[in-house]
Ligand binder design. Structure first.
Ligand SMILES: C[S@@+](CC[C@H](N)C(=O)[O-])C[C@H]1O[C@@H](n2cnc3c(N)ncnc32)[C@H](O)[C@@H]1O
Length: 398
């Protein structure tokens, strides 16, 4: 029998109220009465299809078990948790933290401390508000989310990246009319997270589309086509093949994220030659230009350190890619899409076709020539593969 039942009731009421008015950030139960492999329980509020629930994660020595409770069961569950299982509980709300404990079997202590957890927006809610609808079953089939649309911890960095890509691409979708069916290709699509995010977004916007993912790995392609079939998704397919060999009768948007080294150049070439209205690529490693840097009096002090040479080559590679796109009538911007804390491969080149440039802008080609000459670049794969080499290559000074 508790000595101060009122305090106990006060704590239970606070928990229920915090859940009901959505100020509950977290609730924890620790210090079990009986030693077992159940160590603690942590809870938070989640929005499920069936409405708001209290989600409790039961932490055992070797496993975690998650259970969701509807609002009418919360009082009973918290009661049981405190009276039968754990002698301490903390309720974290947006306003304050409430520490409740039972000691000497019957004495009760309830203290209020200033709020230690800042945000009342749960991770779940953040995902709900993000660019991607994580509740779409595709994310569960792809292994990104659980069946409640909760992004798996290990997928958080990739998820953040894809969300950011989506946010950066979205303003450029305005250029497409709803009346026209747009042809999109994600080349070197890998597990196709961005493909599906973009496909979903266009579907939400009622923009008719024809989506193709190109990937060299047959196993991935089979899996992705299986997901499409399973969900009866229309106008989306994945093909096994290389970016170099990919061909499209019509291509409006070309996406290539983290295609290795010159595969990014192949993707840009594909976009330019297909006259894509929008080309979005995020370069990966930059080996080709690095190897093509000649020893040069002006730059030798930059290139004498491996890491600086690598960064220098990256900047030169992408500057020339942007210029090549400009020369072909694209308005190009190069942006950093996510903090370097997550990945160092964090540049995004976004090129929107502004002019139906039949002829390549020769003044820009001159600028490329000068840049290559002055910075000692003997060759640039994109420049060469587009046949723009005349007077450009082999200009590096020894
Ligand atoms: C680093 S992953 C990036 C995947 C995805 N685009 C992303 O950003 O999450 C690069 C993918 O491109 C594929 N790939 C590499 N070279 C390729 C090529 N030449 N043609 C087609 N796919 C290629 C790889 O198999 C891999 O799945």
């Amino acid at each position: 029998m508790l000595q101060d039942h009122i305090k106990f009731q006060e704590y239970i009421d606070k928990c229920v109220k915090a859940f009901e008015d959505s100020t509950l950030i977290k609730i924890s139960f620790v210090n079990p009465y009986i030693k077992s492999d159940l160590l603690s329980v942590n809870g938070r509020s989640v929005d499920l299809k069936k409405g708001k629930h209290l989600q409790l994660v039961y932490r055992h020595k070797t496993k975690d078990i998650t259970k969701n409770y509807p609002s009418d069961q919360i009082k009973i569950v918290i009661n049981q948790m405190i009276l039968e299982q754990f002698s301490q509980s903390v309720l974290y709300t947006a306003e304050a933290d409430y520490h409740f404990s039972i000691f000497n079997k019957s004495k009760v202590k309830l203290t209020t401390k200033s709020a230690s957890l800042k945000s009342s927006i749960t991770n779940h809610n953040r995902q709900k508000n993000s660019w991607i609808n994580t509740k779409d079953p595709v994310w569960n089939l792809l292994g990104v989310c659980d069946e409640n649309g909760e992004v798996y911890k290990t997928k958080h960095p990739k998820f953040r990246q894809i969300t950011k890509y989506g946010e950066l691409i979205e303003p450029h979708l305005k250029a497409f009319k709803k009346s026209e069916k747009i042809a999109i290709a994600d080349v070197g699509c890998g597990k196709a997270y961005l493909s599906f995010a973009l496909y979903q977004k266009l579907k939400d916007k009622d923009i008719a589309q024809d989506f193709t993912g190109v990937e060299i790995r047959k196993d991935l392609v089979e899996k992705l086509n299986g997901v499409c079939k399973n969900l009866h998704l229309e106008n989306i397919r994945f093909k096994t093949g290389t970016i170099e060999d990919a061909q499209f009768a019509k291509l409006d948007i070309l996406v290539a994220l983290h295609a290795c080294d010159t595969a990014t150049d192949d993707a840009i070439k594909l976009g330019i030659e297909s006259n894509a209205k929008l080309i979005v690529c995020s370069p990966c490693c930059h080996k080709q230009v690095r190897k093509a840097l000649t020893t040069h009096a002006m730059t030798k002090n930059i290139t004498s350190h491996g890491i600086l040479k690598e960064r220098y080559a990256e900047i030169l590679t992408d500057s020339i890619r942007a210029l090549v796109l400009e020369a072909h009538g694209y308005s190009t911007k190069v942006v950093e899409f996510i903090s370097t804390e997550h990945t160092s491969k964090n540049l995004l080149i976004i090129a929107e076709k502004k002019k139906s440039a039949k002829d390549i802008d020769q003044s820009i080609m001159e600028e490329i020539k000068v840049l290559m000459k002055d910075f000692g670049i003997s060759s640039h794969y994109l420049v060469e593969s587009l046949g723009l080499v005349d007077g450009v290559a082999n200009n590096g000074r020894e």
